[in-house]
Design a protein around this ligand. Structure first.
Ligand code: GLY
Length: 401
């Protein structure tokens, strides 16, 4: 109870006293308690999967209790193995390690020549094999990551300077070269590979991608378009539009979240302060428009707010991104602001409003995958869980320091 009251005071302080200006105690997350909660839920999901490693638990619709499963080719397939690695990191449980390795290795199929793939190879490989390698340092995992990066790099178009995101949308939407904000997350695999024996050009591709995206895919206030469409011949930016947001000019919550996390990676990898100043702008806008519980509605501009679905996945992505950004900051006040905001997000996500607990085996409720597409609305989704457990892991590491 004391912790709850403390937390409410802290979060209200951050929201209303302007960022970074209060001195409230931020130690309001009992990380071990939340990580133990995650472990309980992981075991429930493993029981439901019943040893089936050919499918991946992706999402649980509102008012249902079972995972909708998908195959390894789905863009979300890396998140479940990644969750298992984070859980193993905390519990040291050999059963969890075994499951993590089996699900991870099942994604090797993505390398087969018959699978063309798309930009999401970055999410798929880095969340699964990336965590596997981070924790085990096994060379076989490293080799898969390098091959994954090579396959991902094939989507790079040097005329445009970014990777093609959705090959299927070229014809379907007449978007010749489309680049979605989500794709910023896939740059991490290219940056990693360039430093671990892969082609140095991967680094240049990732930087060019970030540069073009910064130049074209944001409005003057720091909000982003979900999709940027480019001409394949001239490389010229044609228009900003949306696929999953409320409208072309609205601020889709997860798009803004990918931008915050993605440009934090770019700053970490390049050390170029222009990316730091840019991600601050993108972040400050996001924070200034958040509702009181630090979990955004699915799109900041949905006119139905406050009777609109939330997106806990965006909150989890931003919480994790901001914990990293707070450690990279060159201004103490900004660092404190971002850390406090991230902790308020984690605290809110860890409350009975957002944790699934006995309702279903996921970690979190209330994410929105694709509202215009009519699916995963107010649902549990594996990437919300992934970034939630990653954020808890990051915070634990920060506490140790
Ligand atoms: N494609 C990633 C997302 O839905 O955010």
């Amino acid at each position: 109870m004391k912790i709850l009251i403390y937390g409410i005071i802290l979060c209200t302080g951050v929201l209303f006293l302007q960022f970074g200006r209060n001195n409230a105690n931020t130690d309001v997350i009992d990380v071990d308690k939340q990580r133990s909660y995650c472990d309980v839920q992981v075991k429930k999901t493993l029981a439901e999967m019943n040893g089936n490693i050919t499918l991946i638990p992706r999402s649980i619709d509102n008012n249902t209790t079972e995972w909708l499963k998908t195959d390894v080719y789905d863009w979300t397939s890396g998140f479940w193995p990644g969750i298992l690695w984070f859980d193993y990191e905390y519990t040291n449980n050999p059963q969890i390690e075994k499951a993590a390795a089996l699900y991870t290795e099942s994604l090797t199929a993505l390398l087969s020549a018959s699978h063309k793939g798309y930009h999401d190879l970055g999410f798929q490989f880095y969340c699964s094999f990336g965590n596997a390698y981070r924790l085990t340092k096994k060379d076989e995992y490293k080799q898969i990551l390098l091959k994954g990066a090579e396959k991902l790099s094939k989507f790079y178009n040097p005329k445009v300077g970014t990777m093609l995101s959705w090959p299927g949308m070229v014809k379907q939407m007449n978007w010749p070269h489309n680049t979605i904000m989500d794709n910023m997350m896939n740059l991490e695999l290219l940056f990693w590979a360039a430093k671990h024996g892969g082609k140095k050009d991967y680094y240049n591709m990732a930087v060019s991608y970030a540069e073009k995206t910064m130049e074209n895919q944001f409005r003057p206030d720091g909000s982003c378009y979900h999709v940027a469409v480019y001409d394949t011949i001239s490389g010229r930016f044609l228009k900003g539009t949306t696929n999953q947001g409320y409208s072309d000019n609205s601020m889709w919550a997860r798009g803004q979240a990918w931008a915050i996390y993605g440009f934090t990676i770019v700053y970490r990898e390049t050390g170029d302060p222009k990316y730091l100043r840019f991600v601050e702008k993108v972040t400050d806008l996001y924070l200034s428009r958040l509702p009181g519980d630090y979990v955004p509605y699915w799109d900041f501009d949905d006119p139905k707010i406050p009777i609109a679905p939330k997106d806990a996945s965006a909150a989890a992505i931003v919480a994790s991104g901001l914990l990293e950004l707070s450690q990279l900051e060159d201004q103490t006040q900004k660092a404190e602001t971002y850390k406090k905001a991230a902790l308020c997000m984690l605290q809110s996500l860890s409350s009975d409003r957002y944790q699934s607990r006995d309702i279903n085996p996921s970690f979190l409720l209330h994410s929105t995958g694709n509202l215009p597409g009519g699916y995963e609305i107010d649902a549990s989704i594996n990437y919300a869980d992934y970034y939630y457990i990653e954020a808890l892991t990051r915070y634990k590491e920060m506490e140790k320091k």
